[in-house]
Design a protein around this ligand. Structure first.
Ligand code: GDP
Length: 214
């Protein structure tokens, strides 16, 4: 069983003051609405209903927090791109996400969800620039890869990697992979990145760092 399996919904935060204390390790998930963020979270945690809360009316614009253990959390950032959100609400949520990304010490990396059929839209580029600006690594999941032929999926992956200068090393600031929730494509690869950022040792995986002394 993978460690992400123990992820449980902890709370929805309407403001940064509502967030759990800023300690330990966190990985945040971001993406345009409908890109497949909830599906990716559910399948990564092997928990069908985990991210249901993120879809609950009234909670789509909150920071939804899932705890893995006392020191490790997954943060589901509000999906971007709801067409009918009033400007005031949008600005408020942008401010909250901005404040979270900029100031959160526990945040170790960002998983950016993109639909593999339409990668690198404006929002995606803004998030990548943002992550680079705050010196946090970003791992891109090109989701819905099951909707592409193998050839198109591979060429999309290569094109996005090339464009982002993702060189494939563990220490790269940007990395990219194909993902499919229903086909479970890319699950191990994505989990390995998250485990590395959360400093969880996976038996037999030498690239993960050992847990620090308690
Ligand atoms: P979110 O708004 O980013 O959280 O997106 P959802 O996870 O709710 O997914 C939006 C829609 O895309 C839903 O109908 C999902 O079933 C579908 N979807 C998500 N991921 C995949 C995937 O990898 N493959 C396919 N074929 N459909 C997907």
């Amino acid at each position: 069983m993978h460690i992400l399996h123990s992820a449980k919904f902890l709370k929805s935060a309407a403001s940064l003051r509502d967030m759990p204390a800023d300690h330990g390790w966190e990985v945040a998930f971001a993406g345009r609405s409908n890109a497949g963020k909830s599906s990716a979270l559910n399948v990564l945690a092997s928990h069908k209903g985990l991210a249901r809360v993120s879809k609950t009316p009234g909670r789509t614009q909150l920071l939804n927090v899932f705890s893995i253990d006392d020191d490790r959390r997954l943060i589901d950032l509000p999906g971007y791109g709801y067409a009918k959100v009033p400007v005031g609400v949008r600005d408020q949520w942008r401010g909250m996400v901005d404040g979270f990304l900029r100031n959160r010490e526990a945040l170790k990396g960002l998983i950016l969800i993109m639909d593999s059929r339409h990668p690198l839209k404006d929002f995606d580029r803004q998030m990548l620039d943002y992550a680079a600006g705050i010196a946090k690594p970003c791992h891109v999941l090109l989701t819905k890869a099951d909707k592409l032929s193998r050839n198109v999926a591979t060429s999309t992956l290569n094109a996005v990697r090339k464009e982002l200068g993702a060189d494939g090393s563990d220490d790269a600031k940007v990395s990219v992979q194909l993902f499919s929730a229903p086909a479970k494509t890319g699950l191990d690869e994505a989990r390995a990145v998250i485990a590395r950022w959360l400093e969880i040792t996976i038996p037999g995986k030498s690239q993960s760092r050992a847990l620090p002394p308690q």
